[in-house]
Design a protein around this ligand. Sequence first.
Ligand code: DX5
Ligand code: ZN
Length: 214
Amino acid sequence: MVKIAPSILSADFAKLGEEILDVEKGGADYIHIDVMDGHFVPNITIGPLIVEAIRPITKLPLDVHLMIENPDHYVEAFAKAGSDYITVHVEACRHLHRTIQHIKSFGVKAGVVLNPATPVESIQHIIGDIDMVLLMSVNPGFGGQKFIPEVLPKIRKVKEMADQKGLTIEIEIDGGVNPETAKPCIEAGANVLVAGSAIYNEKDRTKAISLIRG
Ligand code: DX5
Ligand code: ZN
């Protein structure tokens, strides 16, 4: 069964609690939280304080996507705030293996994110140590962008890499996911789909979630 991770980036921040409960009722599997620092990406969003505030209001796992420079400096704060998954960009980590171990040392699941132009070979030697691979299907920084179809062969390659090594790993897609673009992602082997605007721009979130799940 494909999991759906609504991205709160497209939610109404003035009523964030209600917006989260709405997708939880609507069948969401994870809550995707986009953390941006204005350096790694040209936008600033959410810090550990918000994650801490969200934690008690939902039972769903919090999937925290760090789009920040020097993620090592903030892993502890996001872990203690109640993250269930912390994913870091391979492009932002000088010592990726160390960062992954650092995340896991707090009992948090660890994942690696690849930008659209980053080849999947960059995770070949770390895939056995991680719980999730997140493939970006837009350039990170903003919600509501157009899906980049060149991610599809990357999904297939990651799935192959995982299967060859006998690993059960989450393969998550993020950016421009809607009911149409979700389909080829699922066929290629993705099992977690992030969607921001395709869920939060719709009135009926339950319907939006089930249409994306297919
Ligand atoms: C982009 C973020 C995404 C974004 C997805 O930098 O990582 O999670 O919120 O938004 P949509 O689904 O609108 O492309
Ligand atoms: Zn994201």
